[in-house]
Design a protein around this ligand. Sequence first.
Ligand code: ZN
Length: 172
Amino acid sequence: MPIREILQLGNPLLLKKSLQVDDCTSSEVSSLIRDMSDTLAAFREAHGYGRGIAAVQIGVLQRVIFIRMQPAGFCSALINPEITWASAARMELWDDCFSFPDLMVKVERARQIKVAYFDSSGQPQALEADGPLSELLQHEIDHLDGILAIERAIAPTAFATRREWNRQLATK
Ligand SMILES: [Zn+2]
């Protein structure tokens, strides 16, 4: 079960644009997806949270994300995902990221989106997402363009350490 190291904020690779995957069913892509799934599961086991990961976070500049909503729900690899529609309705939320696990950042995202992607058998798929799944997909797809949640902060002061956030903001 290959659990990979998660790149941390400051690693220049996190700011790079990932490349389109040509062959969704290649053995490289299959083992990449397996590693992403295992790494996500291990992070969740260790930290108690974590629902999605982008390939670049384990150092692979390919347009692949892996989502596992908890406790049950949408679970899939999304290859070459693209947002094809976003609602005008927006929402504000506190976001976090495996690449800076102790930092919370308040961002604004579209409430609903539609995403087109390819699954791991190379089949085209479409998904309509609302709320938590919508903001998670926007976070992970941003990673593929080298955009981190800190760039989406709604204000220069819209940050909190996780400890302080747990202490005061989570109760509001
Ligand atoms: Zn992230």
